[in-house]
Design a protein around this ligand. Sequence first.
Ligand SMILES: NC(=O)c1ccc[n+]([C@@H]2O[C@H](COP(=O)([O-])OP(=O)(O)OC[C@H]3O[C@@H](n4cnc5c(N)ncnc54)[C@H](O)[C@@H]3O)[C@@H](O)[C@H]2O)c1
Length: 249
Amino acid sequence: MISYNFSGRATVVTGAGGGMGLEIAKQLIAAGGSVLMIDLKSKPEEIEEGDEVIFAQGDLTDPAFVNAAIQNAYNKFGRIDHLANVAGVLLFGTDVSLLDMDPDIWDKVLDINLKSMVHTVRAAVPLMRKSGGGSMVHFSTVQCLRGDSKPQDAYVASKAGVVAMSKSLAMQLATDGIRSNVVLPGVSHTPLQDRWSEDDVKAMNAYVPIGRVGSADDMASATLYLLSDAASYVTGVDLIVDGGLMLKY
Ligand SMILES: NC(=O)c1ccc[n+]([C@@H]2O[C@H](COP(=O)([O-])OP(=O)(O)OC[C@H]3O[C@@H](n4cnc5c(N)ncnc54)[C@H](O)[C@@H]3O)[C@@H](O)[C@H]2O)c1
C-alpha cells in the first residue's frame, strides 16, 4: 500500500459524510493532514473533530455557507492547500431524458453537481494562492463519455461540465502552482448505489473487465495521488478509474 504524507497540508473535502468523500477524508487524516469535511448529512460517528478535523454540515449550493466554512477552516488551520470536490447526486426516477424531464430537476442537479463546485473553487483558490499553491480534484463519471439507453441527462451534462471546468482551471491556475484534475469513477459500491440488490452487484462484478465493481477506497487512492506531490507534474487530466469498464464501449 502506498503511503502519503499530508502533514502540514489542509484539504477541503465535500461529500465527506458519504461513501467516497468520507473515505478520502479518512485517508487524508490518516496521512497526517488537516481536513475540513463538508456534507448535508451530519458528522459520521467514526469521525472525531479536533485541532486537525472540522466537520461543517450544510448545503453546498449555498455560497454563503461554503465561503464561511472554508474561511473558518483557513483561520483554524492557517492554510488551504487542497480541494476535493466529491459531492454529487444522481436523482433516480426524476433525472431522465431531457425530453421528458421536469426542467426544475435539470436546474437542481446542475446546481448541486456543477455550480456547487464553482462555489468551493471560488472560496478555496484565493486561500490556496495565499498558502503558496495547491491542487484540486473534482468528481465526474465515466457516464458522461457516452450515450445511454436509460438516460440521466442532467447528471451526465453536469459531470461533463465538471471535466470542462477542471481543464479551464488547470490552464488558468498553472502559473499560480495550483493543479486541477478530474476523477471519473465507474460503477462503485457506495450509499449512492444503495438501490443495488446482491444479484445486481454479482452481474456488475461479472461485467467489469477487472471482475468487480469499484469501491470508495479505489477512488480515494486515485484522489490522494492526484492531490499529492507525487502528481506535481499532472494537471488538466481526466483519470478514469473504472476497472476497465470503458474498454467495452
Ligand atoms: N457510486 C458510483 O457508482 C459513482 C459513479 C460515478 C461517479 N460517482 C460520483 O462520485 C461522487 C461521490 O459519490 P458517492 O458514490 O460517494 O456518493 P454518496 O451518495 O455516497 O456521497 C455523496 C455525498 O454528497 C453529499 N451531498 C449531496 N448533495 C449535497 C449538497 N447539496 N451539499 C452538501 N453535501 C451534499 C451527500 O449527502 C452524500 O454524503 C459523486 O460526485 C458521484 O456523482 C459515483
